[in-house]
Design a binder for this molecule. Structure first.
Ligand code: ACM
Length: 540
């Protein structure tokens, strides 16, 4: 298997170079079925998708989706049927075909097969086989079927993403893909605190993340500028603490029903929501809402600027832990996922001793409500609880001592999620002319965000400690979906690929060609993106 993969990767690299010469992600050499006439039709070469699949054997005739195609659910599970409905929802508007979903067994059509026996495909993997008669996606889990559907989408022409009928043809290159992720944690974070993003905007982002097999949506639900989730036992947090945002707009918050709507929508796209309540710093919105939470008993005013490091919960007061217990209990009850993120970054107004005390008291509360702690990597300066994950957000220039502290924690069993700010912070400007975003971690062009290896990034941290990657998007300068998309695309797919694909596939020169082919897809979807000069976009 290993040898086979190696050969594929060498072949893929060579093929990618050939494509690069053509400066397009679509090849005109793919085989077409005879009934589409004698001229060969353009097909996307099998496996020319983002993230790169683990293994591809291209060959044989292409499959054509036609007006006669059925979507067969080769299993009676509700989950598989829902994945079929999702696929039909992508295909029907642009093809104009009926594409009926059936659970009648058959050898033709688009076949979604949930196979108890396909354990080798793992919790998220899939196999996609395409030939003249059918495309079959096989998986051990519904998540795997869903990820296979994303690959199928990208094998089809970009026009398949359009919301109105397009001419086709709708060809899927022949061959077999076998694919499963390198890392189980492949995240994106949205800061809904600095600017609030309502449910529809979050759903829109979820749909974009799903296309690249991202499986965690980290919501940064509280910060100095706003508290964004209703907590029944402390109602002023949302009602008052959520009433503004950076620049002084009206802010907002999710009711519990709205938060659940996001959780359920994310789950329907096989993403798990990771909620974050940032503590003990980044807490002005909470401190402003309840005087009692302040050591001096005086509530500060609401804050709409962009400074950091000036607020702290009162570590010495019992009420602080009543507050944390209530918030964690209510949030955990709304969150089916495994994790609860407790922040812990930039606690510049908390003494080191207090910080350690606070984390010693708060981590067991998270465990008490059945969740696993994630914290920004400053948590490694305290005592991470057993099973905790530290999210690293340092830079190349972060001190060796700080990196060593993270590595030591990793050697001690703390898991790592990598979000180096000068690589994958999606709010960093691409260059000096980028109208949005910040630049405190430097400019981050597309190649820089892709060209690094999560498995060996922190010197001295065991590769086995790395759970995955996450691309945070902080929103000091962003308030619309269009702005979010401009910063996320085209960098986000690269982070998704680092999380999913085998390190042997990581290669900028071939990646940028696959990435370029996503541009027309985003155009068809109405996704705004930065047309980086580093990427050989197809001519319009
Ligand atoms: C952070 O960027 N303060 C985690």
């Amino acid at each position: 298997m290993r040898q086979h993969q190696k050969q594929y990767h060498r072949a893929a690299r060579l093929f990618g170079s050939l494509l690069l010469v053509a400066a397009a992600g679509v090849s005109a050499v793919g085989a077409a079925p005879a009934h589409h006439g004698s001229a060969p039709q353009a097909t996307t070469p099998l496996g020319q998708v983002v993230p790169a699949p683990a293994s591809v054997e291209a060959g044989g005739p292409a499959y054509a989706i036609t007006s006669n195609t059925r979507i067969r659910v080769e299993d009676h599970s509700r989950d598989a049927r829902q994945v079929a409905a999702y696929l039909a929802g992508v295909l029907r508007p642009s093809t104009g075909y009926r594409l009926p979903i059936t659970d009648k067994h058959g050898h033709d059509g688009i076949r979604l097969e949930l196979s108890r026996g396909a354990k080798d495909l793992g919790a998220e993997g899939y196999r996609l086989r395409s030939d003249r008669g059918s495309v079959t996606i096989t998986a051990h889990s519904p998540a795997g079927l869903f990820h296979g559907v994303q690959t199928l989408r990208q094998q089809l022409p970009a026009a398949v993403e359009a919301s109105s009928r397009q001419p086709g043809p709708w060809l899927v290159a022949g061959g077999t893909i076998e694919d499963s992720p390198k890392y189980g944690y492949r995240g994106a974070m949205l800061d809904v605190s600095r600017h609030f993003f309502g449910v529809d905007k979050v759903k829109r982002y979820i749909d974009q993340l799903a296309l690249y097999k991202i499986n965690k949506l980290h919501l940064h639900l509280s910060d100095d500028q706003g508290w964004r989730i209703a907590i029944d036992s402390w109602p002023r947090l949302a009602e008052y603490g959520g009433s503004t945002q950076v620049g002084g707009g009206q802010g907002g918050y999710y009711t519990k029903a709205q938060y659940l709507e996001i959780v359920q929508y994310a789950a329907s796209r096989y993403l798990e929501v990771v909620p974050e309540i940032d503590m003990p710093g980044h807490t002005n919105a909470a401190l402003a809402s309840y005087p009692d939470l302040n050591c001096d008993g005086v509530a500060p005013p609401l804050y709409t600027g962009t400074s950091v490091g000036f607020s702290s919960l009162c570590v010495g007061k019992d009420v602080t832990y009543d507050f944390v217990d209530d918030v964690v209990r209510e949030l955990a009850a709304l969150t089916p996922g495994k994790y609860l993120h407790i922040g812990g970054d930039e606690a510049h107004s908390t003494s080191h001793e207090d910080y350690v005390t606070f984390m010693d008291k708060v981590q067991p509360i998270v465990a008490k409500y059945g969740k696993t702690v994630i914290g920004w990597h400053q948590l490694t300066g305290a005592t991470p609880s057993k099973g905790a994950i530290a999210q690293y957000w340092g830079l190349d220039g972060t001190s060796a001592a700080e990196k060593a502290q993270v590595a030591a924690a990793a050697q001690n069993g703390t898991g790592l999620v990598l979000s180096p700010a000068d690589r994958v912070y999606l709010d960093m400007k691409y260059n000096k002319d980028t109208p949005l975003g910040l630049a405190w971690a430097g400019y981050v062009e597309v190649q820089r965000s892709y060209d690094w290896n999560p498995g060996s990034y922190i010197p001295g941290a065991p590769g086995s400690s790395v759970q995955g990657v996450e691309a945070p998007l902080w929103s000091e300068t962003l308030s619309t979906s269009s702005q979010v998309e401009y910063m996320a695309f085209p960098r986000l797919p690269g982070v998704a690929e680092l999380g999913w694909s085998p390190p042997a596939t990581h290669d900028w020169d071939t990646y940028k060609v696959r990435l370029a082919a996503q541009g027309p897809r985003w155009d068809a979807l109405g996704v705004n993106y930065y047309k980086s000069a580093q990427v050989p976009w197809p001519a319009d």
